[in-house]
Design a protein around this ligand. Sequence first.
Ligand SMILES: C[S@@+](CC[C@H](N)C(=O)[O-])C[C@H]1O[C@@H](n2cnc3c(N)ncnc32)[C@H](O)[C@@H]1O
Length: 301
Amino acid sequence: MSTIVDAVQAAAARITSRLEAELLMGHSLNRDRAWLYAHARDDLDPDQRSRFETLVLRRQQGEPIAYITGSREFYGRDFLVSPAVLIPRPETELLVDLALARLPQTRCRVVDVGTGSGCIALTLAAERPGWQITAVDISPAALEVCASNSQRLGLEQVRLLQGDLLGPVQDEPFDAIVSNPPYVAANDPHLEQGDLRFEPQAALSAGPMGLAVIDRLIDQATGRLRPGGWLMLEHGHDQGRAVVDRMLRAGLHDVRTHPDLAGVDRVTLGQRPAASRQQNLQSDRVMNGLSSRSDPRARRQ
Ligand SMILES: C[S@@+](CC[C@H](N)C(=O)[O-])C[C@H]1O[C@@H](n2cnc3c(N)ncnc32)[C@H](O)[C@@H]1O
């Protein structure tokens, strides 16, 4: 026989993390950590011991804890994850913070490109119930995970679309295009290390410099932003300069890179210049499918 606390201690020594050993025990018993502390001296039966041992072995072999337990917290909410999606990272919360700070509180149309688990799109939807949010991913398996999360969080108003970058939202103008796209260079040795070995390659790597998806997204995004709309991109620690250059070349203004909590360049924002009244009217006509002759406002210009 062994007690919960004995089994946790032994596992903690093997996987070199007490916290992870407790998370695995909680997961195997379907209990939270507070319950474990209250029942630390309870005996485990053979089934419980063997279930726990299986989880500890998976962790010892390097499998990410989030894939073993099937969830990860992001912005204070629990998101289901599976090997079909990237495990949400704390640094991505900066992108959410910036979107919440920069965009109007109500009536805002936002698309999250490469939504994965949906952590960005669904967090924005939870924080700003008035926003119209679309989440796009090229991977149908990732979108299934996102759909489960939207159901669990009661956020089914978020529209989920499968496809390549902004392809599924042709001709729709957005107040913001947000994305944490794949940005790791294809030959980066980190892809063979740690959690990254288990995560989907299509969620991580993007061409020789890691900028292949970012380049295509910036090209597509500028024409899909409303005047005054924002493009907000997460990127690698050494890609800030390259992303700034590309956004400026694409005609965006107020381009600036923001560091994450570790002080590392992480998110770059750029804004489509606000249009003149004439341009606004033209853009409204395109959105509403009106010709200039049929728009009475045009004749008053
Ligand atoms: C780095 S993950 C980000 C996932 C999630 N947004 C997050 O922050 O945790 C990138 C996501 O982009 C998706 N993706 C990769 N290439 C894409 C493309 N061309 N069009 C749409 N989605 C793409 C991947 O399937 C993956 O889910």
